[in-house]
Design a binder for this molecule. Structure first.
Ligand code: ADP
Ligand code: MG
Length: 710
């Protein structure tokens, strides 16, 4: 930060305070270079001798006349206390939750409904310039809409902030804005359908955490398509990093995904009798957090809403029942009792009620299921060995299966919503809205928080780049008076995580070792980083955790489960059993290359890109090479993204031939992977790779490549 070295009597500065974060203090005696103390008087009259570091004197307070500005860039001094003070004054004194910082809108969550989101307000913002109106989320939406229409350019709105900050609500408001201002007279209810995608993804992807009753446990990027007259003609969404572990584990005072509770609350209805469900209290996967209800939330009423929304999207009764069957099956699977047989073995009773309901719902062979939940097949070059599993290993296998089924189901629902949001007509432009999980720190933080916080570091970097670096350059170019500030550069923490021999690479390496262990990996982290990297610490009292100094806070992560979650594998034989299911949807989930359903994580499939993904700007496309790629190259790229165990299974000769065939048939310059004619969905559970992920999956212009981990 830039602090003026001049500290005269009468100057007002900010000094850190444990309670208030920053306190205003007036200097009462001229400060001379070398003085170790600054004599100040606080606002309540207290005199203080404040110890200072001559290299970092306290930040200066802005004159009151500037405070309350609706754009932070109007402040003479722009540093943390200035920003916080300005936001506080606006919020506390005038109930204003929105403030600009250049082109960025800063929002404070009011935690109560304000009368500023009605249709009349939308119309008031429509067609206006951003600077002419009070800062508002609608003004940002209007700006994107206007820029799109004026310059025929696609736009994106990125919503960022820590968990509970109000991202999902803001993203919903932008979408409502577009739906309202571009309302067509069409009877297809395109706008309503686009909006309907929100409650559905929230039912299956949101859950109560200790920070937010409706916390999004996945990232979502929605592209809203417009035609030549700038009316909505559809949408397409892509999701990231669903927190799968929540399906089988919830911390104290947290819940599983809302949909499970909605279903349980409706269990008594005759149409659900065959699911053999009961209250959420009866299932391990829904009762673990201690409380199955959320104050002010009626799960049963929400179930009716979920069904209505599905129906609005054309996803009718049969589809819904298939989904509910899958969900019920997961709950029963979680109640399957695994008994220890000595120290080495485990078993499941052939009478286990829940196992038989699970198998009945998914049409699976129950004996095989019981056996293979407790045994593992190990194939070596010379023989195949069947090894019993301990009770803990079997419980792990059961949970891994539950997570896999849920994540397939989630992807399937997203895919079907996407299909429902494709309408006839050519996309002319789009506006993308990114609502990503926010920075998180809980009492116990695991692999999921690590991934989420890593993603947030990357977003923060984008934010820094835009807010500080680019704006600063702009101001300097135009000779606008501007106090240069040192923006927080979080590259070092990103390097700690993703650089060569960084945390992720060491994790991926450990996963490849036959006897890899969480503890061994952690030991390597200690060896490599303790006392060598200032952003990494070993907690004094623990040998099972590590601390990272993120841009937002210090977070202590527990190493337990990192390897398993990074590997993310379900035993082969179990997959085979599910593949044989006569329940079409279930069997389809576990096919190597599902025919009509995509995109599944952990499978590769090839499909034609929808027109919605077409980018009018050719330069935005990512090119891997200008000539046809041959098998070794394709294999090399894919290899680096695929866990060793699964590689043979996924990258089959026929897959490679298909890729080559498609590339050979191209008339224009071939572009592997991202390509508007053929989109290769390649989602991998982990990335031990020197290649930039965006080359494979997402247009680099979206800068989202880093999100594909898990
Ligand atoms: P995030 O997605 O950032 O984790 P949410 O958008 O889910 O957070 O917001 C958390 C809660 O805060 C919401 O459920 C809502 O109750 C409240 N909230 C957020 N934004 C607003 C707003 N603009 N006005 C009123 N309440 C809000
Ligand atoms: Mg959210």
């Amino acid at each position: 930060m830039h602090f003026s070295p001049i500290k005269r009597k009468g100057t007002v500065v900010w000094i850190p305070d444990n309670e208030e974060v920053w306190q205003s203090a007036e200097i009462t005696k001229n400060y001379k270079a070398g003085d170790r103390f600054l004599l100040v008087q606080l606002e309540d009259g207290t005199e203080l001798s404040y110890p200072v570091d001559p290299a970092a004197l306290p930040p200066l307070r802005n004159p009151d006349i500037l405070v309350g500005e609706n754009d932070l860039t109007a402040l003479s001094y722009l540093h943390e206390p200035a920003v916080l003070h300005n936001l506080k004054i606006r919020f506390v004194e005038s109930k204003l939750i929105y403030t600009y910082s250049g082109i960025i809108l800063v929002a404070i969550n009011p935690y109560k409904q304000l009368p500023i989101y009605g249709d009349a307000i939308i119309h008031a913002y429509s067609g206006q310039n951003m600077g002419d109106m009070d800062p508002h989320i609608f003004a940002v939406a209007e700006e994107a809409y206007k820029q799109m229409a004026r310059n025929n350019k696609n736009q994106s709105i990125i919503v960022s902030g820590e968990s509970g900050a109000g991202k999902t609500v803001s993203a919903r408001y932008t979408m409502r804005y577009f739906a309202t201002v571009s309302k067509s007279s069409s009877k297809a209810h395109v706008e309503d359908k686009v909006l309907a995608s929100n409650p559905i993804t929230e039912a299956v992807g949101n859950a109560k955490t200790t920070r937010n009753d409706n916390s999004s446990r996945f990232g979502k990027y929605t592209e809203i398509s417009f035609d030549r007259s700038y009316q909505i003609i559809g949408a397409n969404m892509r999701t990231y990093l669903l927190e799968k572990s929540r399906v089988v584990f919830q911390s104290e005072n947290e819940r599983n995904y809302h949909i499970f509770y909605q279903l349980c609350a409706s269990a008594m209805q005759p149409e659900y009798a065959h699911l053999k469900l009961g209250s959420a209290e009866e299932f391990n996967y829904t009762r673990m957090g201690g409380s199955t209800v959320i104050e002010g939330v009626d799960d049963r009423a929400n179930m009716v809403e979920t069904q209505k929304t599905f129906a609005l999207l054309g996803l009718k009764g049969d589809f819904q029942m298939d989904v509910f069957k899958m969900l019920a099956a997961i709950l029963h699977l979680g109640n399957v009792e695994i008994a220890a047989v000595g120290d080495e073995r485990s078993s499941i009773s052939s009478e286990d009620k829940h196992l038989s309901i699970f198998c009945e719902l998914l049409d699976l062979n129950c004996d095989k299921m019981a056996r293979w939940l407790c045994h593992r097949k190990i194939v070596t070059t010379s023989e195949t060995v069947i090894k019993p599993m301990t009770r803990a290993q079997a419980a792990n296998a059961r949970d891994a299966l539950a997570k896999k089924i849920y994540s397939h189901l989630f992807d399937f629902i997203v895919e079907r919503i996407n299909q429902a949001l494709q309408f006839p007509g050519k996309q002319h432009t789009f506006i993308g809205v990114l609502d990503i999980y926010g920075f998180e720190t809980f009492d116990v933080n695991s692999f999921e928080q690590f991934c989420i916080n890593y993603a947030n570091e990357k977003l923060q970097q984008q934010f820094n780049l835009h807010v500080f670096k680019l704006e600063q350059e702009e101001y300097m170019k135009e000779d606008i008076p501007w106090t240069l500030i040192d923006f927080y550069d979080n590259q070092p923490v990103i390097d700690l995580i993703e650089a060569k021999m960084g945390i992720l690479e060491l994790l991926d390496e450990e996963c490849l070792l036959p006897h890899g262990k969480d503890e061994n990996w952690l030991q390597k982290l200690y060896n490599n980083f303790v006392n060598k990297n200032a952003l990494f610490e070993k907690p004094r009292m623990s040998n099972t955790s590590f601390i990272i100094q993120h841009f937002a806070d210090k977070v202590e992560y527990k190493c337990e489960g990192f390897l398993e979650k990074n590997r993310d594998t379900v035993h082969e034989v179990l997959v085979e059993i599910l593949k044989e299911s006569k329940f079409h949807l279930c069997a389809n989930f576990f096919q190597d290359s599902p025919v009509s359903i995509s995109p599944f994580s952990s499978t590769i499939n090839i499909k034609s890109a929808r027109p919605a993904l077409k980018s009018p700007n050719k330069q935005l496309r990512t090119t891997v090479g200008s000539k046809v790629l041959h098998k070794p190259q394709i294999v090399k790229i894919l290899n680096s993204y695929t866990p060793i165990d699964d590689f043979e299974k996924r990258v089959t000769p026929s897959f490679v031939r298909k890729v080559q065939g498609m590339l050979n048939n191209r008339e224009d310059v071939p572009q592997l992977m991202l390509d508007t004619k053929h989109l290769f969905q390649v989602t991998f559970p982990f990335t031990p790779s020197p290649h930039a992920l965006e080359l494979i999956q997402v247009p680099s212009s979206f800068k989202l490549g880093f999100l594909t981990r898990v």
